[in-house]
Design a protein around this ligand. Structure first.
Ligand code: SDX
Length: 428
């Protein structure tokens, strides 16, 4: 309950509608408009610029201060001290695991990394040059055609089984997308390898040799998964919640998240950043592209810049940039695109247009450069994002379906034709 209210009087009417103001543990209060419909009015907020769609305990973002907390733990501390599977446990269960819990969770995941052998035949049906994200949409959606023995979403055990299956099998499916794309045999997961090592082995290993994963690259891969794990009610997570609100099975819901993530304004931005850096080509062409980004008549945007919530540095971008420097230095790679990226960041952060609009580098700005340095092909970047984000999607889905929820059904402002009678074709 609350003792704070927003009072709404419409069009000078004496009638006042009281709307409760609700407070969270941190962050802005919200005006509860659930009963506003009784006034005959709806709220209108395309793109949800000012709308909180749900209550959640999973992730908190303060866009003004560049703060990102997962179950209260700052992303910087998790990136430095934790690893991806431990962060998965935290997001799913709300607390960091103790040693026994962590070992048991890692073992559970390891034991579920293989996919049903018939899924290999599914991939054979994809055109060899299909975009890996197209294959991921299909393969993850198809998981409900194979793992339908635990789809009672009201059953906590079934929810846990599906969550484990998704976290364990998504890297295997992601690597299968890549192997099919390049015409190489699928690699079976290896139980002696860590999560990130296993993914890199399934991506780049071949039947002709034993696993040989560079520990520096595996550590960077694990950090990339960790930094992408969850991010509050972003477009793809909101898609998962909306799909889940109809009672759809978790595999279908996660597949809907993958489709939403694909867009260049969202998870497709990392691939778009590399394409942009390729197009800029050299440091001396940056000014030309910054002008294009500022030109309202030019659809070009600086990919990897700007964020709906962060009006300060994206804390993930800072960690990603540090990791980028470390990986390139440790691998002895000097990538001219990194020089273009650093110079572009410096110019943009000094330019009034970007300063006024608080456009800072986001998580996608540096992630593409690291992924390129560790050998991930550009068209796999968003697949990597989806692989890391799967746990966040599942955590939000499970949080919603484990509590009482209503089907998401927004209304609209209708501006189409008013009622009119049908005209016979010979009168049109
Ligand atoms: C992710 O939501 C999340 O949390 C997402 C994410 C996650 O982890 O899930 O963080 C991951 O998707 C990061 C964002 C990746 N996308 C990009 O890097 C694509 C480039 N960025 C933009 O498309 C844009 O900044 C968005 C989509 C990220 C945010 O768009 P908004 O909040 O709707 O802001 P807007 O488009 O209304 O822009 C506000 C102003 C506009 O100018 P004015 O009309 O006010 O004059 O800023 C301008 C825009 O033209 N602007 C840019 C710009 N981004 C915004 N101008 C040039 N280059 C850009 N990148």
């Amino acid at each position: 309950m609350t003792d704070k209210f927003a009072r709404l009087s419409i069009d000078g009417s004496d009638e006042v509608t009281e709307l409760p103001i609700l407070s969270g543990s941190i962050g802005p209060d919200v005006i509860d408009v659930r009963n506003l419909g009784s006034t005959g009015y709806f709220t209108f907020d395309p793109g949800f610029l000012s709308t909180a769609s749900c209550e959640s305990k999973i992730t908190f973002i303060d866009g003004g201060k560049g703060v990102l907390l997962h179950r209260g733990y700052p992303i910087e501390q998790l990136a430095e001290h934790s690893d991806y599977l431990e962060t998965c446990y935290l997001l799913l269960n709300g607390e960091l695991p103790n040693k026994q819990q962590k070992a048991a969770f890692e073992d559970e995941i390891t034991q579920h990394t293989m996919v049903n052998e018939a899924m290999a035949r599914l991939f054979r049906g994809f055109h060899h040059d299909a975009h890996p994200m197209a294959m991921m949409c299909g393969a993850v959606g198809a998981m409900s055609a194979f793992y339908h023995d635990a789809l009672d979403i009201a059953n906590p055990k079934h929810r846990e089984i599906s969550a484990l299956r998704l976290i364990a099998k998504i890297p295997t499916l992601a690597a299968m997308c890549y192997k099919h794309h390049i015409g190489q045999p699928f690699m079976y997961p290896r139980n002696e390898l860590s999560y990130a090592e296993n993914f890199l082995y399934m991506m780049f290993g071949t039947p002709c040799e034993e696993p040989n994963v560079n520990p520096i690259i595996a550590k960077a891969m694990d950090k990339i998964f960790l930094l992408h794990a969850d991010h509050e009610q972003n477009a793809s997570t909101s898609t998962v919640r909306l799909a889940g609100s109809s009672g759809a099975n978790p595999f279908a819901c996660i597949a809907s998240g993958i489709t939403a993530l694909w867009g260049p304004a969202h998870g497709g931005a990392n691939e778009a950043v590399l394409k942009m850096l390729d197009e800029i080509g050299s440091v001396d062409r940056i000014d030309e592209y910054v002008l294009k980004a500022k030109d309202k008549n030019d659809p070009f945007r600086l990919m990897g810049f700007g964020h709906r919530v962060y009006k300060n540095f994206d804390p993930r971008a800072k960690v990603m940039k540090e990791t980028c420097d470390e990986v390139l230095k440790e691998l002895g790679i000097s990538d001219p695109q990194l020089e273009i990226a650093k110079r572009l960041e410096q110019i943009a952060l000094e330019d009034d247009y970007f300063i006024q609009r608080k456009l800072y580098p986001n998580v996608d700005f540096y992630s593409g450069i690291i992924m390129k340095a560790i050998g991930i092909p550009t068209d796999m970047f968003t697949v990597i994002f989806a692989t890391g984000r799967t746990v966040g999607w599942i955590a939000h889905w499970a949080e919603m379906v484990s509590e009482s929820y209503k089907i998401g059904r927004p209304r609209q402002l209708y501006t189409g034709a008013t009622t009119r009678d049908y005209q016979d074709i010979d009168k049109r």
